[in-house]
Design a protein around this ligand. Sequence first.
Ligand code: GTP
Ligand code: MG
Length: 214
Amino acid sequence: MNQIEEDELIEEDYDEKIKLMILGDSTVGKSSILNKYCKNEFYEKYISTIGIDFQMKYININNKKIKLQIWDTAGQERYRVVTKNYFNTSDGFIIIYDITNRESFNNVTNWVEQITTLAGEGIKCILFGNKSDLSSQRQVQKEEGKELAKKYNFNFYETSAKDGNNLEEGFKAITMSVMSDIKSVISKRSKSSILKKQNNKKINKNENKKENCC
Ligand SMILES: Nc1nc2c(ncn2[C@@H]2O[C@H](COP(=O)(O)OP(=O)(O)OP(=O)(O)O)[C@@H](O)[C@H]2O)c(=O)[nH]1
Ligand SMILES: [Mg+2]
């Protein structure tokens, strides 16, 4: 099978492809949420993410097969330069704080500002207050999470990567929210593919010039 046939088969495998990016302070549970949602796995041991990584998940919404490409970012400050480069290719964002860590909640505002600066205004986001299974150690009340989400016009869920609380619901909500705006997603994609083609043309032109030179 040649590459074009292979690409066509992959293309037929789903109706829409949506890129989501998970953001939030270190240790709020970004990787754990992704592992639980995509593989139904949970690890107590903390292994910090280095840079950026992604996992895939297929879901059905309104009889459409959606391929979710979900990017997991490192919360640690020193990796931010790497992760920033991926912001403007995302269709939607999941911002996570830890309900047992007030600072991570206070920093949600900074994450929203970063998204607005790097990905533009009006991009679809959702807020998760994670570690709902640790309710006895709670530092942030559910109402506070709801209020903050309301201020930005985001959906809000308290989640748990440990017992899976609200993960299906939360990912479905952000996917539907992105899909309601799918026309702008498609036009954004075509714009970037036109730009890529233009860049490839430029590179080819320059290579031709080099060949003709000297
Ligand atoms: N009880 C409980 N523990 C959780 C939950 N989510 C994550 N954890 C734990 O919290 C720690 C940090 O989780 P990670 O998923 O690695 O955090 P992260 O946000 O990816 O951290 P960075 O990669 O450094 O940005 C780990 O020890 C997890 O086991 C949860 O919902 N409940
Ligand atoms: Mg991580």
